[in-house]
Write a protein that binds this ligand. Structure first.
Ligand SMILES: [Zn+2]
Ligand SMILES: [Zn+2]
Length: 238
């Protein structure tokens, strides 16, 4: 009824559609091409040595079981992320969560268990206040609804005084990320003896993996947590 009264227009092509991304535009979004690094999801085509593991993952600590991203970085995918993040385009969260769900369906390890709990990557209190919402949480909520899963805000993002990760070198990013995330301190009444064994960290973008590594490291300190999978919408640089 509502969609009849207020038909949506597709964010990318502008045509009238049932959703804010029409099926044609959603299908045309650039997926990450195989082969990929089995650990972090980076495309490994053309890599000389080991097609199963990217150069970046060799010799790295691996706090998360695996990381997967749905889309490559293009003008269109960045437009969607940008709209969602900075223009309060919350209406994009549902169709973009459908893209994440498609990635879930293509990830055997996620399908092998049904007790996953989703954990959104947090933003600072300042950003939450100015933006009014956390884009990763919006994606996680729609994904959780689709899959009938729970969502828990187990992390918090501290203000480290560095405005953005974007312009930092890989090493600086790693150090900054390790300082920036910690497990949320629940009030005395909400403190738990045990946490869910399997967590899926949800974020809009994946750049070097520094955020996912930092968040997974923190989450695995919680009693009962066995593994963390990192699921993101867009892989920057892919
Ligand atoms: Zn369209
Ligand atoms: Zn890798």
């Amino acid at each position: 009824m509502l969609s009849w009264l207020f038909p949506s227009t597709c964010e990318l092509c502008g045509e009238t559609a049932d959703d804010t991304l029409c099926p044609a535009c959603r299908d045309a979004l650039p997926r990450i091409p195989a082969p990929i690094c089995l650990h972090c999801g980076a495309p490994t085509a053309g890599q000389q040595t080991d097609p199963d593991l990217c150069e970046n993952c060799k010799g790295q600590r691996r706090p998360f079981t695996l990381a997967r991203q749905a889309l490559r970085q293009t003008e269109e995918t960045m437009k969607l992320v940008y709209q969602l993040k900075y223009h309060h385009a919350l209406y994009l969260a549902r169709p973009l969560a459908a893209v994440l769900n498609e990635l879930w369906e293509a990830t055997p390890h996620l399908l092998a268990h049904n007790d996953w709990v989703l954990v959104p990557v947090p933003v600072t209190q300042d950003k939450l206040y100015t933006r009014g919402f956390n884009q990763a949480e919006a994606l996680a909520r729609h994904l959780a609804k689709r899959r009938g899963l729970r969502i828990m805000n187990l992390l918090e993002r501290l203000d480290t005084g560095i405005a953005s990760q974007t312009r930092l070198t890989a090493t600086a990013r790693r150090l900054n990320a390790m300082r920036a995330y910690r497990c949320a301190r629940p009030g005395l009444l909400h403190r738990r003896r045990s946490y869910p064994a399997r967590l899926v960290l949800v974020d809009d973008v994946f750049t070097t993996g520094a955020t996912a590594r930092a968040c997974a490291t923190q989450l695995k300190k919680l009693p009962g947590v066995q593994e963390v999978v990192a699921l993101s919408l867009v892989r920057i640089g892919a």
